[in-house]
Design a protein around this ligand. Sequence first.
Ligand SMILES: CC(C)(COP(=O)(O)OP(=O)(O)OC[C@H]1O[C@@H](n2cnc3c(N)ncnc32)[C@H](O)[C@@H]1OP(=O)(O)O)[C@@H](O)C(=O)NCCC(=O)NCCS
Length: 178
Amino acid sequence: MHTMTRSPADHDAVRGVHTRAFAGDPRVPALVDALRAARAALPTVSLVSTVDDEVVGHVMLSACRLDTTPRLVDVYSLSPLGVLPEYQRRGTGTALVARALAEADARGVPLVFLEGSPRYYGTRGFQDASGLDFRPPTLRYPPGAFQVARLSGYEEWMTGTFVYSDIFWDMDCVGLRD
Ligand SMILES: CC(C)(COP(=O)(O)OP(=O)(O)OC[C@H]1O[C@@H](n2cnc3c(N)ncnc32)[C@H](O)[C@@H]1OP(=O)(O)O)[C@@H](O)C(=O)NCCC(=O)NCCS
């Protein structure tokens, strides 16, 4: 089952999911809280997957920009995606990604970007963004990690540099560091 997060209890549970999914890295639950609290051009989309009322997975979409020649375009970043370790490999992440893309499409957002494994996201609606004339926000992305889903609002002139919101930079959550 997949629902939008609503209550503070959901927010606690979401923090718990990311704390465990990302092996205790405190930046990920903190990123979710900061994105939730931020004012942005597009509302965040926060989806949970539940089993018997327990939150076992979560995905967030947050507002970022594409710097195109005619203008800045509001787009979404898909980050983070996490599933509790004991619930992984049951299709939960796949369903959350599909639902997130459907939400973005329903809101008329043309593009969703992420950094992630091409093996995972490449079969879940995403393509190599560098090969489609998009420029990544950092040179530190591993090859193939910069990915995009083009939705029904996408038009061919929408090429340019993907620009994260300040929160990702403030929290040093762009790209992997050694
Ligand atoms: C990545 C993650 C969200 C996948 O969720 P999930 O519910 O297990 O995924 P699904 O069951 O829908 O999909 C299973 C696929 O994911 C792969 N997968 C699942 N967990 C994985 C892991 N920890 N590492 C690598 N691949 C993994 C499986 O091999 C399988 O691949 P296939 O489709 O080629 O057979 C989940 O493993 C997770 O939370 N990982 C830790 C946090 C993380 O890395 N998030 C992604 C950041 S971009």
